[in-house]
Write a protein of this length. Structure first.
Length: 1163
């Protein structure tokens, strides 16, 4: 043996990687490859480079750097302590000099991509996440207390056959898992094997690994071939010679069996205690030489069965090696049992799927690696596993908000929903506070973070956020309200320097303001009545004011003398908009007479009339040099004008009706606001739309572009003002200004906004906070995740068996146990089984609420009513645009769109404010089978349809005024209709004959309901009563009183014995319909009740309110089943339809989006 130990096989020293202790799943193999710094550069000094971490420091206030574990050619590995989780991790950081080079950058990022893509397995060192810190991506991985196998071997801690076989089996299982994931490691060796405190061995360092060929970076050697079954493709980019397979050394095509060779050389090294061969391809000769002689001093002999296995793995021909690592591990397990005389104590744990926490961390890693689409897919998977997972909800919402895909309001709404889904958990509140901080609402952030701090454990991230919120509140500039207008401040003009403003009200009020002090410093004594529009010169010395009975002759005022200087005559109809040039020498006006006029001031001479619009003009804007203009109106076009020639250079389309227009100071960008609730950004040189800004759910009434040309304001009839970054279309912040509509918005300098609305004028500071940190989930051990998955599966299968054996109580108990396994509470299989067994038992409470889907959007306009089929698969909606739509809720597809009864085309009301209203659809009804539908129209008629074909049915004749409510029997034979005049009519749907006209209400009948058999009807009225009717005789059986406001919503149990009423007051009332006694008053909402439903057994009720929330009630004791109300809509909730089994509901309201909800009622 001594002759062999000095044999020619040992021609070189061990690989450099074996000379330096490198541990922790990151860089031990990197030392083999060395580092080539960029040409002309020298390696950076660690002390001088802030990107390099120093032991003893704390990074980002969260990671305490405890030790440098090792350094290699690609990077450094540190042991860090996560101070929030109190969890140790290994962090691999690329060397700064490597990070400066393109090839090094790509190599490190490729490693990160491969590693983060592996799902949890006990025998693969877990990559918890990749995070960019100090501008450098770093890999945060599992920390192994035992160091590397190479360290243990050198330290004399691996001395027995049992130890070697234990490590060999575990690492074989790790390779099996990697191969099944489509990954070939390419650098298997003891330095890339780690040991846990319990002896668990795992593979690490996927720096050379490649997946499915397409992942090979540019410049890699191109030959790639399938290995085995063809599911794995790799390329050669680097290796450690002592462990490399013959095909790898030759630069040939490699696959799974190349890893098998490297694994075999590693096991051989463990037996021999060191590498005694120069290169991997001759390791087989070393094995055979050892077999002929005795083991090296102090090393155990290689068992015969093991030697045969290693010899097979070291076959030069890859096809002659064992088929896969599963076969290798199985043979080694048998050898272990033969050697020890007892079963192998470890299990070949399968790879487990990520739960929501894991998908969230993977998404963040991919996002930081620039893989935004892949990151979004991972977040969606996280939310499939847990629809209200706080971290995934926050991170995905934050990413989409920053990308301009959603508004800050949508992010806050989703976080509020996550909060309500996790009562008692401080994390959603903390994340809500972070979102408020970034959007610049420091006070809301402080309130949320303080509440989170009271209920949550000590956390450095939470402490830092609370300090930031406190400082932001202390530094914030409060807004200011300018009192004075007795009614609506319809128009507003602010000087460019933000010092002065002029406002016009609807009651002959024109006020001048000092915005610095908030003081009113002057008035214009107009005697013409309503002020339509105003414009103020930059020096605040003169103004153009349009008023008067006809409103077609604006006046030019000297504000210092409070004297009218001239009148601009020429328009034949009301002037709706006007603007001044900065020098105050010219004005542009727009009118309902479809023309624009360009004026000389102060004389008031009309220089030019601009024609082209085919309908009324509502807004104009002019560039500072007075050369170009923009106009928009009810013909839906934005027009660009050359004021010198009067020529229209572009006609831009996209809106249905335009209320507002603005321009950037350089005249390159245009901004328009439409009645459909969107604003559009235009490239005026090219004449094309470059962005659509979606954030309001009602008409955009006013727009303004900031002095920097980068930011913009939009004000809406929904009462909100949005502050936008036009470079990326992001809504930086939504201000909820009023519950009335906004009339005008304007910048008062770059960071202040002034807004006028019904009731006043306010000044707001435009502030946004620093970017919020991402929310990472605490990592779980793969073996723990596997144990949870096994436990979950056992409970779930037991529940299914019991459900199938007609034991709903036992099935529910087992299902509760399945849902109690951490990470599985909202698993889709749990949800599906609850929905299956729930109806068979007695509902005992509300276990969970899930927002399953959002359908439609702003394009639907204000939705006034929705109806559901009995199975919850289809829905009928009706709205203010006089449209009725049939929806497939599974696909979110609109199947049919109908026009409600009434005149075709727009019949406008309430001008000039808000979205142009068509005759509204007031209510819809549908049979449970989805075959028949009806809609009640403001115009007075009720239209019916065959919903299977989309064919229109009968139109029931007009009543005495608007049809306000409609209900249909399940067979579609009878319709009950409530009318504006207070009457209720019962119709035969087939013949169109009115069977009964029910009288008794003294005001509008706004709600009706029917029992399934059509025997009884219920109506609610503005006369503060509800009435129960015998529909066979037309007789009123009972009048229910006690409401203090109009009763506008009613629901009736199938037997007609109980009734749930709601209306303009915030309380709902539960009645005994036969006696008229009020049994319960349901208190909790803060706004009017907009919709009510009751379960068929009469045990539970559901209400929706104008406060934007919904609630489930126990009608027996009047308690709310959930402490936090169900929230998710922006604006009011106007209608909710609930399925008979109470497991689904569809809600809709002012924002135009329908939201599908799922409920779990445990038995």
């Amino acid at each position: 043996m001594q002759r062999f130990w000095r044999s020619p096989f040992r021609r070189a020293a061990p690989a450099p990687a074996e000379a330096a202790p490198v541990v922790e799943g990151a860089a031990p193999g990197d030392a083999d490859r060395g580092t080539v710094p960029p040409s002309g550069s020298a390696p950076a000094s660690p002390a001088a480079d802030p990107a390099r971490w120093a032991p003893g420091s704390t990074v980002a206030g969260l990671y305490r750097v405890d030790a440098l574990l090792g350094a290699g050619g690609m990077g450094e590995v540190h042991r860090v302590r996560h101070l929030g989780w109190q969890h140790d991790m290994a962090v691999k950081s690329p060397r700064p000099e490597l990070w400066a080079g393109v090839r090094g950058t790509e190599a490190f990022l490729e490693e990160a991509r491969v590693w983060v893509g592996l799902e949890p397995n006990p025998y693969i060192c877990a990559c918890h996440y990749v995070r960019v810190v100090a501008g450098v991506p770093r890999i945060f991985s599992e920390f192994a207390e035992g160091g590397s196998v190479a360290d243990a071997l050198r330290g004399g801690r691996i001395t027995t056959v049992e130890q070697i076989l234990d490590i060999g089996i575990q690492t074989a299982w790790g390779l099996r898992a990697a191969h099944r994931a489509g990954v070939v490691h390419q650098d298997v060796k003891p330095a890339n094997m780690l040991l846990g405190a319990d002896g668990r061995a795992m593979l690490t360092d996927f720096g050379l690994a490649r997946v499915r060929a397409g992942a090979a970076p540019a410049g890699a050697v191109p030959p790639v071939v399938p290995d085995g079954d063809g599911s794995v493709l790799v390329t050669r980019t680097g290796l450690t010679p002592a462990y490399a397979s013959p095909e790898q050394m030759a630069g040939s095509r490699v696959g799974r069996r190349s890893d098998m060779w490297s694994w075999a050389t590693s096991v051989l090294e463990l037996f021999l205690g060191e590498v005694v061969w120069m290169a991997g391809p001759v390791a087989g000769e070393a094995l055979r030489a050892v077999a002929r002689e005795t083991a090296p001093p102090g090393r155990p002999p290689i068992p015969h069965e093991v030697a045969e296995l290693l010899d097979a793995c070291l076959s030069v021909d890859p096809d002659s090696r064992p088929p896969d690592m599963d076969a290798v591990a199985a043979r080694l397990v048998r050898a272990h049992e033969a050697e020890t005389g007892r079963p192998f104590p470890r299990a070949a744990a399968p790879t487990v799927s990520h739960l929501a926490d894991g998908w969230n961390n993977r998404a963040l890693s991919l996002y930081d690696l620039g893989e935004t689409e892949a990151a979004d897919r991972c977040w969606r998977k996280a939310l499939e596993a847990d629809p209200r997972h706080p971290g995934a909800t926050f991170n995905r919402g934050l990413a989409r908000w920053r990308a301009g895909e959603i508004t800050d309001t949508a992010l806050v709404r989703d976080l509020e929903s996550a909060r309500s889904a996790h009562p008692g958990d401080s994390r959603p509140l903390h994340l809500l506070g972070l979102a408020h901080l970034e959007r610049g609402d420091a006070q809301a952030a402080l309130e949320a973070l303080r509440e989170a701090g009271r209920s949550g454990p000590a956390d450095p991230e939470a402490d830092a956020a609370l300090r930031a919120a406190t400082g932001a509140v202390e530094r914030s500039v409060p807004g200011r309200t300018l009192p004075g207008h007795s009614t609506s401040a319809r128009s507003l003009s602010v000087t460019p320097d933000g010092r002065y403003a002029l406002s016009g009200g609807s009651q002959n009020e024109v006020f001048r303001w000092d915005l610095g002090t908030g003081a009113r410093i002057g008035t214009v004594d107009s005697s013409g009545g309503q002020i339509l529009c105003v414009a103020l010169t930059p020096d605040a010395g003169s103004a153009l004011v349009c008023d008067g009975p006809l409103g077609n002759e604006p006046s030019w005022w000297d504000l210092a003398k409070e004297k009218r200087r001239s009148v601009l005559k020429g328009h034949t109809k009301q002037v709706t908009t006007l603007v001044l040039t900065p020098d105050g020498r010219h004005a542009l006006t727009g009118s309902r007479d479809r023309t624009l006029r360009w004026w000389d001031l102060p004389r008031g001479r009309c220089r030019r009339v601009l024609t082209g619009h085919t309908d009324e003009i509502w807004s104009v804007a002019v560039t500072p040099d007075g050369r170009r203009a923009l106009s928009g109106g009810s013909d839906g076009t934005v027009r660009c004008w050359d004021l010198a020639t009067g020529r229209c250079s572009h006609t831009l389309t996209g809106h249905e009706w335009i209320w507002a227009a603005g321009m950037s100071p350089d005249g390159l960008l245009g901004l328009s606001g439409g009645a459909e609730g969107t604003a559009r950004v235009w490239d005026l040189a090219a004449g094309r739309c470059v962005q659509v800004l979606e954030g309001h759910f009602d008409s955009v009434q006013s727009v303004a572009v900031g002095p920097d040309g980068r930011h913009a304001l939009t004000g809406s009839a929904d009462g909100t003002m949005c502050w936008w970054d036009l470079t990326d279309g992001r809504c930086l912040r939504t201000f909820a200004v009023t519950d009335q509509g906004i009339e005008a918005v304007a910048f008062a300098g770059p960071r202040d906004a002034v807004v006028s609305y019904t009731g006043g004028i306010e000044r707001f500071r435009l502030e946004s906070g620093d970017p919020a940190p991402w929310s990472y989930s605490p990592p779980g051990r793969a073996e723990d995740l596997g144990a949870r998955a096994t436990s979950f599966r056992e409970h779930l299968e037991r529940s299914r068996r019991l459900a199938g054996s007609d034991d709903p109580a036992g099935a529910a108990a087992a299902l509760r146990s399945a849902g109690a396994v951490p990470g599985f509470a909202r698993h889709p299989e749990v949800v599906g089984l609850w929905r299956r067994i729930g109806p068979s038992g007695t509902r005992t409470g509300l276990r969970d609420v899930r927002h399953a889907k959002a359908i439609g959007g702003e394009e639907n306009g204000h939705l006034s009513d929705v109806a559901l089929t009995g199975d919850g698969r289809r829905a009928l909606s009706g709205g203010w645009d006089n449209r009725v739509r049939l929806w497939d809720l599974t696909t979110a597809e609109c199947l049919y769109e109908f026009t409600g009864a009434g005149p075709e085309g727009p019949q406008f009301a309430s001008l000039p404010f808000g979205r142009p209203n068509l005759y509204r659809v007031q209510a819809v009804a549908m049979t449970p089978d989805g075959r028949f539908g009806a809609a009640a129209s403001e115009q007075g008629s009720v239209q019916t349809w065959d919903l299977t074909t989309g064919a229109a049915g009968r139109v029931l004749p007009d009543g005495n005024g608007s049809a306000e409510a409609v209900a249909v029997t399940p067979d579609g034979r009878r319709l009950l209709v409530g009318h504006l005049d207070g009457t209720v009519r019962l119709w035969d749907a087939a013949t169109g004959r009115c069977l009964h006209t029910l009288t008794g209400h003294t005001s509008t009948t706004d709600a009706v309901a029917l029992t399934p058999d059509g025997r009884f009807g219920l109506s609610g009225s503005w006369d503060l009563t509800a009435r129960l009717w015998d529909l066979r005789t037309g007789r009123c059986l009972r009048v229910m009183t006690g409401a203090e406001e109009p009763v506008t919503e009613v629901a009736l149990t199938p037997d007609g014995r109980r009734a749930l009423l709601g209306g303009w007051e915030a309380d709902a009332r539960w009645f005994d319909a036969r006696t008229g006694e009020c049994l319960r008053v349901l208190t909790g909402h803060t706004g009017a009740i907009a919709s009510v439903s009751v379960t068929p057994d009469g045990r539970h009720g559901f209400t929706a309110s104008w406060d934007g929330t919904m609630r489930w009630w126990d009608l027996g004791d009047g308690s709310c089943l959930r402490a936090d109300p169900i929230a998710g809509h922006i604006g009011t909730v106007d209608s909710v339809a609930v399925t008979p089994d109470a497991q689904s509901a569809l809600s809709a309201g002012t924002e135009g989006t329908m939201r599908l909800w799922e409920f779990d009622f445990p038995s």
